[in-house]
Design a protein around this ligand. Structure first.
Ligand SMILES: C[S@@+](CC[C@H](N)C(=O)[O-])C[C@H]1O[C@@H](n2cnc3c(N)ncnc32)[C@H](O)[C@@H]1O
Length: 227
């Protein structure tokens, strides 16, 4: 897998954020979940803390803990500056200030790094890049994807999105993608085409409101199933 570390901007969310971004119920959390493009998020670590198991996939998992830790350090100040220069794009309700946000993200990534180092041979972190997932058909109940599809609408075309969602639906009964905004916090221009092309292929697509909004108007997820 030819991934250059310079292409990766690590920014990981917490277990609690995942639960709300994807409106995961207790029942959902007890199912077989694969979480795609998980990067340095702490969802997997949080699940382990609850005595549950989830598989995370991301191309950065070809790197070891120390390499990912260094990359987090290298990019942290730029990301922090971007947030401080664009405060109007976010809802500062539960996370009151940019400093709180940076602290929260660093806490989540620190939790990820610890779990990642401890779990290398448990198979919970699998190096894989969409639109391909190295799992058999119907291996999971739910496939999640946070802040990758739709977020990078400027560099990932509609074809990539459609192939990726179909792949997520091949390995799981249902795919959930959050948010439906691009990196500038604008509604992703890909949502319409992805919805209509998947509909033509017989998939059921719905948009659900979720109890999480940090990017303004970013409280919607796409739920796709084979119908
Ligand atoms: C902004 S981060 C999101 C991390 C995590 N999902 C979260 O919400 O906290 C985007 C992630 O997408 C990953 N990524 C890049 N190319 C990918 C691909 N082709 N397939 C899957 N993930 C990819 C990056 O390595 C990075 O970890």
């Amino acid at each position: 897998m030819a991934l250059h570390l310079k292409q990766v901007i690590p920014w990981g969310r917490s277990y609690a954020e995942y639960v709300r971004m994807f409106d995961l119920t207790e029942r959902d959390l007890s199912m077989r979940i694969v979480s795609c493009a998980d990067g340095p998020a702490a969802f997997n670590a949080g699940m382990r803390g609850m005595g549950r198991r989830v598989i995370s996939t991301d191309p950065i998992y070809i790197f070891n803990q120390e390499t990912i830790r260094r990359r987090i350090e290298e990019t942290r100040d730029d990301l922090a500056a971007q947030v401080r220069n664009n405060t109007d794009l976010y809802v500062w309700r539960e996370i009151p200030t940019p400093d709180d946000l940076i602290r929260k993200r660093m806490e989540a990534m620190t939790e990820f790094l610890k779990d990642y180092a401890e779990s290398r041979d448990e198979g919970r972190y699998v190096a894989a890049a969409l639109p391909n997932l190295p799992f058999a058909d119907a291996s999971f109940d739910i496939a999640l994807c946070s802040h990758f599809l739709f977020t990078y609408s400027d560099r990932l075309d509609a074809g990539f999105h459609i192939e990726s969602v179909i792949e997520m639906c091949r390995v799981a009964r249902e795919a959930r993608i959050f948010p439906l905004l691009d990196a500038d916090s604008m509604p992703s221009e890909r949502v319409g085409e992805v919805t209509s092309e998947l509909g033509k292929k017989g998939f059921e697509v719905r948009i659900a409101i979720v109890p999480y909004e940090f990017q303004v108007e970013g409280n919607r997820m796409m739920v796709v199933s084979s119908g």
